[in-house]
Design a protein around this ligand. Structure first.
Ligand code: PEP
Length: 253
């Protein structure tokens, strides 16, 4: 049985005080009643992670970063290391988000280094994969996603996979209001499980949690999360309002 995850990717939104207020609202409204059924994860901007440490102390809400550098430390101006996130209580880190692939030219090869470093330092990567609209129109979405999964998980052994979560996020659905249909998403999640079976085995393919991301909101979450291979959601826009995020968490139960 795969425990569902609902993770919020706040992207570059919220000042420290705004983040603290939203976290506090979430905490109050959630009333700590989700831990047994759904894992709730909040990934705010780096600066707001100490607020998450404060606000979510003693609750079941976990938190994480949106990126790391692949090196331990050193002369990498503006970067954040896995150890820094771990030291402030992060459990998760989003890696390979399509916005990082698109705007910061992150390749599968680089993302693979980050996945390796995250696991080495005790962080659980939420590895994002997904095709562009152009690739879907060319009918190569399965090939692209299989390649992303394979290359980003290079040198990750079976034990490492216990701590990896995959997020299928079709690029054409992120922040666009266009959601994949539950059937389209389910089909791709099954393909990702096939890739994992080829890379590892059926047990690992069967127990790895695969989230859907791309304009999931309080209206469409129930149907998407009702598909048997969708193990939760990575939520962007709808994670910025406590009520929408909580409705999605409820839908995951
Ligand atoms: C995301 O950024 O991971 C995402 C899914 O965004 P949105 O929900 O806004 O499409």
């Amino acid at each position: 049985m795969r425990k569902k995850i609902v993770a919020g990717n706040w992207k570059m939104n919220k000042t420290f005080d705004e983040a603290k207020a939203l976290m506090n609202e979430l905490k109050t409204k959630l009333n700590n009643d989700t831990s047994e059924i759904v894992e709730v994860v909040v990934c705010p901007p780096f600066l707001c992670i100490p607020a998450a440490k404060d606000e979510f102390a003693g609750t079941s809400v976990r938190y994480g970063g949106q990126n790391i550098h692949f090196k331990d430390d050193g002369a990498f101006t503006g970067e954040i290391s896995a150890s820094m996130l771990k030291a402030v209580g992060c459990e998760y880190v989003i890696l390979g988000h399509s916005e990082r692939r698109q705007y910061f030219h992150e390749t599968n090869h680089l993302i693979n280094f980050k996945v390796i470093k995250a696991l080495e330092k005790g962080l659980k990567p939420i590895l994002c994969v997904g095709e562009t609209l152009e690739q879907r129109e060319q009918g190569i979405e399965k090939k692209i996603v299989d390649e992303q999964v394979t290359l980003c998980l290079k040198d990750i052994n079976a034990a490492g996979m216990d701590n990896v979560v995959i997020a299928y996020e079709p690029v054409w659905a992120i922040g666009t209001g266009k959601t994949a249909t539950p059937q389209q998403a389910e089909e791709m999640h099954i393909e990702i499980r096939k890739s994992l079976e080829n890379l590892y085995n059926a047990t690992i393919a069967g127990r790895t949690r695969i989230l859907y991301g791309g304009s999931m909101n309080d209206k469409n979450a129930k149907e998407l999360l009702g598909m048997s291979n969708i193990d939760g959601g990575l939520i962007g826009g709808a994670a910025l309002k406590a009520d929408s995020f909580i409705t999605i968490i409820e839908a995951a139960k």
